[in-house]
Design a protein around this ligand. Structure first.
Ligand code: 2U9
Length: 341
């Protein structure tokens, strides 16, 4: 009988080693110690044909085997449960020493930031912000701005024509013309927006770029008002210690015309890499609005006069953020754009 019990233990150990789940462990339990058809239950029933002495010994051994079967299966179920718990804990483990996840907030484009800052300055100086179409007739893009028929700006080499009479606006002055047609003087209008010119993209040129212009029309406006207004605009943009200078220049839509320089915001005028040692940075152009421009919108140049000035936002933005190529502003590389608040 003891050989039989030894054989049973070996058989059980072999079957136990193959159990891989709770279900299989449950089946093993039923197969070995199930009340109805368990192997050991059946073995117990054969004790009756043994002698009292043999039955006592065999019975004790069978009970010992039965108990060790129960303990082994419970132990296996326990190890399965422990494994599951360890896996669950590993899965749910949180490393509290890790830094918090940054919320990926959006960012405004640097040109938008600069445009908003400039619009705020204009509004603080009593100007209205004008908007208008980017597709214009040649009346608004050229004729009303006193640009002669044969001016190179009108050629398809410089302007994006959509049809013979429609083109992408080459300056935001077009919106100023609309404003002067819609409202009577006195007028204070700022016109920011995109403009389009057939330029080959390079570090300082892009076929589409942003521009902002200021225009003031009233009675008795002089060049001094232009200089004072531009000086105040620049001080509010770059700091109160900033100064300006005007260099005579020509633009068809103003007379006289002048380029505007301001003292370098980096070195204050002493000369540095940003201003290429000159102490001055060119901001844009300006002038007294040409009488022909006033006449074409029905304003009498004998009664009213005005000034206007314009600046490019892309180049100013590149200068302020130390960018050596304005194309960075148009490549939509999030790694570049997310540096700006
Ligand atoms: C009206 C009449 C006159 C606006 C002016 C400039 C000179 C000028 C450039 C600066 C850099 C354009 O972006 S840029 O390339 N602008 O030099 N702009 S006078 O004169 C006006 C505007 C509107 C009705």
């Amino acid at each position: 009988m003891s050989d039989r019990i030894t054989q049973l233990r070996e058989d059980f150990d072999r079957e136990l080693a193959a159990v891989a789940s709770d279900t299989e462990a449950g089946s093993l339990r039923d197969r070995w110690v199930g009340r109805k058809s368990g192997l050991l239950t059946a073995e117990m029933k054969t004790l009756g044909k043994l002698s009292p002495e043999e039955r006592k010994t065999a019975g004790a051994k069978l009970n010992e085997l039965k108990n060790s079967v129960e303990v082994a299966i419970d132990g296996l179920l326990g190890s399965f449960a422990a494994k599951r718990e360890a896996e669950q804990l590993a899965k749910e483990r949180i490393d509290v020493t890790l830094p918090g996840r940054r919320i990926q907030a959006g960012h405004l484009h640097p040109i938008t930031l600069l445009r908003q800052k400039i619009e705020d300055i204009f509004v603080s100086m009593g100007y209205e912000i004008e908007d208008g179409p980017e597709i214009e007739t040649h009346f608004y893009n050229f004729d009303a701005l006193n640009i002669p028929e044969n001016h190179p700006a009108r050629s398809p080499q410089d302007t994006f024509y959509l049809t013979e009479h429609l083109a992408l606006r080459s300056q935001t002055s077009t919106m100023q013309i609309h404003a002067m047609q819609k409202r009577q003087p006195p007028l204070r209008v700022a016109a920011p927006g995109r403009v389009f010119r057939r330029d080959t993209p390079d570090a300082t040129h892009n076929p589409m770029f942003y521009q902002v212009e200021g225009l003031l029309i009233d009675r008795g406006i002089t060049l001094g008002d232009l200089k004072g207004t531009v000086e105040e605009f620049v001080r509010r943009l770059f700091g109160l210690e900033t100064r300006t200078r005007f260099r005579p220049s020509y633009f068809p839509f103003v007379e006289p015309g002048a380029e505007i320089d301001y003292t370098c915001f980096k070195c204050g005028g002493g000369g540095c890499r940003v201003c290429k040692g000159s102490g001055w940075i060119e901001m844009g152009g300006s002038g007294m609005v040409h009488p022909n421009v006033l006449r074409v919108v029905g304003i009498d140049p004998e009664e009213f006069s005005g000034f206007a000035f314009g600046l490019g936002l892309d180049r100013l933005c590149a200068l302020m953020y130390g960018l050596d190529d304005i194309r960075l502003l148009y490549e939509n590389d999030v790694r570049f754009l997310e540096q700006f608040s």
